[in-house]
Design a protein around this ligand. Structure first.
Ligand SMILES: [Zn+2]
Length: 229
């Protein structure tokens, strides 16, 4: 796969920080090849329980804080962002068809040749699965001869057992500093998460190996006519 072969990449995940953990290295690789990348971010993650470590957010201030963090992360990654404004933790209750129609409009207007999203039901969080299912549906609504490619992120521990090896593995080593910088832009979330990774590691080496896992971004290539979701 040559990054330059694509015209526009559209990433569809529900939360600010999903893009940085899941596809930021991939984003940087595409940007370096001159390919525009747009993040369609479903919610502002306003129901999140992390308020910074030490706390600096409140329930009231969290939406604005996460919005700014998202803008900061996207600036690091040099990617466009559209905030779709769904309510955090409730995407599964939205009409999948209505969400899909909206996503399809974005995909077509932007001329996306590649869509990246979560792989339902292998994405752990209900918002992840619901957003992924709507994105699958959106791609399926597009005529098969002009349909963009679709890559999906699976997270569950049984993913390899069930789905086999991922089809696309992007090694982000060369751009890893930028990935880490994007993750850290999500200050209210990342500090706690990174320090939890540090604390839960009995050996110093485990923190490094957790970072190493973040280095590889893996995706399954989806044929929407054949997959069940
Ligand atoms: Zn998420």
């Amino acid at each position: 796969m040559d990054f330059k072969d694509h015209k526009h990449v559209v990433i569809i995940y529900p939360h600010p920080d999903d893009e940085s953990f899941g596809a930021s290295g991939t984003t940087v690789r595409f940007r370096e090849a001159g390919v525009p990348v747009t993040y369609l971010c479903g919610t502002l993650g306003e129901m999140g329980r992390n308020m910074g470590s030490p706390f600096f957010a409140t329930r009231e201030s969290l939406p604005e804080i996460r919005k700014q963090e998202l803008l900061d992360a996207c600036a690091v990654l040099d990617m466009n962002v559209e905030m779709l404004g769904y309510r955090d933790k409730t995407i599964e209750f939205e009409s999948r068809k209505l969400v899909a129609e909206r996503l399809k409009d974005y995909i077509e207007d932007l001329g996306a040749t590649l869509v990246i999203t979560f792989y339902p039901p292998f994405a752990v969080h209900p918002d992840h699965n619901a957003m992924g299912a709507a994105a699958f549906e959106a791609v399926k609504m597009i005529d098969s001869d002009i349909r963009p490619e679709l890559w999906a992120t699976a997270i569950t521990n049984d993913r390899q057992e069930t789905l086999g090896e991922p089809d696309v593995i992007i090694d982000t080593e060369e751009v890893f500093e930028k990935k880490l910088e994007a993750i850290k832009a999500h200050r209210s979330q990342a500090e706690g998460m990174l320090s939890k990774m540090r604390e839960s590691s009995d050996f110093v080496g485990e923190y490094d190996s957790a970072l190493q896992r973040l280095q590889y971004e893996s995706f399954y290539r989806i044929d929407v006519d054949r997959v069940h979701y």
